[in-house]
Design a protein around this ligand. Sequence first.
Ligand SMILES: *Cc1c(COP(=O)(O)O)cnc(C)c1O
Length: 352
Amino acid sequence: MYPKLIVNINKLKHNSITINNLLVKNNINSSFLVTKVLSGNKKIVEKFADTGFTHIADSRIDNLKTFKDIPLPEVLLRIPSLSEIKDVVKYADVSLNSELQTIVELNNQAIIQNKFHQVILMFDLGDLREGLFFKEDYLETAAIILKLAGIKLIGIGTNLTCYGGVIPTRKILNELITIKNNIESNFKIKLEIISGGNSSTIPLLLKNNLPKEINNLRLGEVIMLGRETAYGKIVDNLYADAFTLQAQIIELKEKPSYPIGELGMDSFGEKPNIIDKGIMKRGIIAIGKQDVNLDNLTPIDQNVEIIGGSSDHLICDLTNTNYALGDIIEFNVNYPGLLQLMTSKYITKVIM
Ligand SMILES: *Cc1c(COP(=O)(O)O)cnc(C)c1O
């Protein structure tokens, strides 16, 4: 049944192995496979998780639950909610954190469950999403965490290019190294993990400009779609098309390209902006905004042009093509599109 999202596992494996080789060459001895775009799909994740990653990382506990038989430690990426502390300790070996109150609650739960819970303390170096602000007095916070019997502070990390679009540089990441040095010398400890970011740190790594103390990255998009996220370039030797969307033509007719009558709003309450191109061969494809934001799709056939759509319909200009009713149109997807398609229960996921 269409629509189908075709997953090419060999391409995912290739991307994973290539990136993990690059990390190892640069003394990055731990790497988190960030699966949050795959909506907890164990069948996909288990087929390529064994390609050099040291951990599986996801932002949702529900997804981590489904991965519990995969033999890698699990990391909760999103800062835990106070309402999910019990499950965080139960299903995640590690969590990223920025709130002392939350860490104290994790400690209480860890003691109840007779476990150690590992914490990576996040620092906000200016992107303004999660993390202790780097100019704060973090030593006080660290002192309290280090006294908690159920918590093991295994490292520190930062997340950039997520809210503010801040691009990682050597200078910015050196702040994290300063924090590492201060914590280590103050408390006479060694932090195992210095996590230098996500797929947006890859360009810095490729330029050999990553501070040598950074020994961990958390990677999603560069693995799934071969794309670094500082400048949005496909990384050399990686596949950008491990995922392909296929959907079927349900109507194919010659019609005018400009609507007839007085124009109000479209089905999503927006004023349509339509160009009159005369009579056009129009195809309706059976997929819609309920499944994916249509801007996130790119037809693989360059003669196909997306001209609009609604919740369940995608309308394409097929004037320069020979498609027939029932034919399949293929699309490349970007990372937000992949997230939406994986999450939609109406899309059949096919592993190749
Ligand atoms: C999503 C996420 C990542 C991975 O980001 P990519 O750009 O997909 O590599 C890493 N760390 C955190 C905290 C995240 O939320």
